[in-house]
Design a protein around this ligand. Structure first.
Ligand code: GLC
Length: 645
């Protein structure tokens, strides 16, 4: 039996679990022993030397045991199932769907009425956008939480969420919700108490009596929302102090250097897990730890904290998965899946922002050289984790392209980023896109992009022009994007409405709480009439929906796509194609994507990567492909997944 627990820890666990059958207690203690090093080492980073760690660990053990004692039997069974299938999130049959509960089904219960629709697509994981009780008025799409233990009353109740989780589970779908770790709403109980002068509550946040420290930090801090929330600190007159606010003025950054913050969030996390939530999307985690003289992102303590939270989950509720939302550079990103001493000990999933950015960049330029370079050098993730791959989401697209990567293909980084923002806002002659510029920063010249997948990919413009050929091209671009994220070593996430080609919601500005934030352009309400058109042959809805569904089915049938097998980008020497190999024990799979609206040959050498058979099979269509002296010719925007027959 590995590891021994400190005597007091074991005693606290046994005392708390006294009423449970001996087997349950044994199981808890086995897990506590197994994950003890992760917990103790994780806490030592941020709290060691400043707090009594032994005391903290004893206190936490009591908390973990109490939450374990409450865990419903059905979920304990799920814990066991997941222990024998630890790679459940990496399986090629996994497909995620991301939706706003209100915009998809009206309410939490309403969402439950559309599970047949999701099952039809092949969805196995449903992320409902922030649904915990937000502050009133503008809440940054729910990312300003007032009460982590209550559901937004406009959407329903915690009981209804529990019911939905159970319905999903019965259909083999997992519920994912957001847990905002970096900040609370300025209306959260702690913030209210802080404003009323409560010192302990003030210590939950980062507050300052004057500008000295804020100014010192500002020297190296970037701005997330320079347009509508400039700066990183907000003056709170009731408290007569500045408070750290990375995002909006009403989102107060938490002080994770205070172990009480850790304790409270461990408790909330397990409380949600016990309601049947299976995946937690850990929002804005990069910002959790601050260090003077840095950009206050990706500090080592963030990974320690996430490791310790992960250990809490593994001890009490091992069925659940962690998805890190850290939109950071590739070299920093891979730490969220665990590097070095954190290897395999942090999140199961992390958003692959670069894949999304490189896709849109290559689509605009019809040039894959930079994508091949950047994705080819991408750090390898641990084999036990998966990328969360996506082509669009609820956020803007930040053109995260490094100057040196642009320079390597002969472009100026700044100009290229500006070009992309302009292209996707439809400002360039010849652009197929109809989006908008988000957060135009006059100081840095930085611009980001808003717009739905369909509008950015050309469908909106094509339908307006009534040009069938352009509609066809837009549909192909949409399917190409999905093929790319379905073939990568990850778990693909569909963003609500993209499966039907929903266009921009131009009416977003009518809502005063949304008017200032054009990310609402790409957060339209679900159009159920459009969903019905998926049954009418030849409509854009039908072609996109069926195309995505066919890709999902092909993916499920293709074991090579298990996320433990890395996607290795290969340079075919053909700057219009993006290719990668998945070297699986069953043999290699070569994925090739044509990023242009013209036919493109792979070249003959490419096929050698698949093996000696002269006629490989495309796993998407299930058909053998014709190979000539120039290799295989790809149709406009076509993807193939080639393997030996
Ligand atoms: C994440 C969310 C984004 C939100 C921010 C602050 O980046 O995706 O929508 O504005 O966190 O919570």
């Amino acid at each position: 039996m590995a590891g021994k627990l400190p005597g007091r820890v074991e005693q606290v666990a046994r005392d708390t679990l006294a009423g449970l059958p001996a087997r349950d207690t044994d199981l808890f203690l086995a897990r506590l022993r197994r994950w003890w090093p992760d917990l103790a080492e994780g806490l030592a980073g941020p709290y060691g030397g400043r707090y009594d760690l032994d005391e903290l660990l004893v206190e936490l053990t009591g908390l973990l045991a109490a939450r374990y004692a409450e865990r419903p039997e059905e979920l304990k069974l799920l814990d066991l199932e997941r222990s024998v299938r630890p790679d459940w999130l990496q399986d090629p049959s996994m497909l995620g769907y991301v939706a706003y509960a209100d915009r998809f089904g009206g309410t939490i219960t309403g969402v439950g009425e559309h599970l047949g629709y999701l099952a039809d697509l092949g969805v196995r994981y449903l992320h409902l956008m922030p649904l915990l009780e937000p502050r009133p008025g503008d809440s940054d799409g729910g990312y300003a939480v007032r009460d982590y233990r209550a559901v937004d009353p406009r959407l329903g109740s915690m009981g209804e969420l529990e019911e939905l989780a159970a319905h999903l589970r019965a259909r083999g779908m997992s519920l994912c919700i957001d847990l905002v770790l970096n900040h609370t709403a300025a209306e959260h109980d702690w913030a209210m108490a802080a404003k009323a002068g409560d010192q302990a509550a003030q210590a939950m946040y980062l507050t300052y009596p004057d500008r000295a420290e804020p100014d010192a930090y500002e020297r190296t801090l970037p701005e997330v929302f320079p347009d509508f929330a400039p700066g990183n600190f907000t003056w709170v007159p009731e408290m007569e102090r500045w408070v750290w606010t990375t995002f909006n003025r009403f989102q107060w950054d938490l002080n994770w250097a205070n172990p009480r913050v850790f304790r409270e969030f461990a408790d909330v996390l397990l409380h949600l897990a016990n309601r049947g939530v299976e995946i937690l999307r850990l929002d804005a985690v990069a910002f959790m730890w601050k260090r003077l003289g840095t950009n206050c992102q990706n500090q080592p303590e963030v990974h320690d904290l996430l490791q310790a939270l992960r250990a809490c989950a593994r001890i009490v509720a091992p069925a659940i998965g962690f998805k890190a939302e850290a939109i950071v550079s590739p070299s920093e990103l891979v730490f969220y899946l665990g590097v070095g001493r954190h290897h395999g000990r942090v999140s199961d999933l992390a958003y692959h922002n670069s894949l999304m950015v490189q896709f849109w960049s290559a689509l605009a330029t019809r040039d894959t050289r930079m994508a091949t370079r950047v994705l080819g050098r991408f750090p390898t993730k641990p084999a036990t984790a998966a990328w969360a791959t996506y082509i669009r989401c609820h956020d803007d697209i930040g053109w995260a392209i490094m100057d040196e990567d642009a320079a390597a293909v002969g472009w100026n980084g700044w100009s290229h980023r500006r070009f992309l923002a302009g292209f996707y806002a439809g400002l360039h002659p010849g652009s197929f896109a109809k989006g908008a510029i988000f957060q135009d920063n006059p100081v840095t010249g930085d611009q980001r992009s808003s717009g739905t997948l369909a509008s950015l990919a050309g469908l909106e413009q094509a339908l307006e022009l009534g040009d069938e050929r352009l509609v066809d091209m837009a549909v192909r671009r949409i399917l190409l994007g999905h093929a790319l994220i379905f073939g990568w070593d990850g778990l693909p996430l569909l963003y609500m409405g993209d499966e039907l080609g929903l266009r921009n919601d131009g009416g977003f500005a009518d809502d005063p709480d949304h008017a200032g934030d054009n990310r609402w352009l790409h957060r339209p309400a679900m159009d159920w009439a459009a969903a019905e058109r998926r049954h009418e042959r030849g409509t854009a809805e039908q072609r996109i929906f069926d195309g995505i569904k066919a890709l999902a089915q092909a993916r499920t049938r293709t074991p090579h796509l298990h996320a433990a097998t890395p996607a290795e980008v290969v340079d075919l020497g053909q700057p219009r194609l993006l290719a990668f190999v998945r070297r699986h024990p069953l043999g290699p799979l070569l994925a090739v994507h044509n990023l242009t609206e013209t036919h493109q040959p792979t070249g003959s050498g490419a096929l050698d990567l698949v093996g000696p058979d002269p006629q490989p099979v495309d796993r998407i269509t299930g058909q053998k492909v014709p190979v000539g002296w120039e290799g295989l010719w790809l149709e406009p925007y076509q993807t193939v997944w080639l393997t030996a027959p």
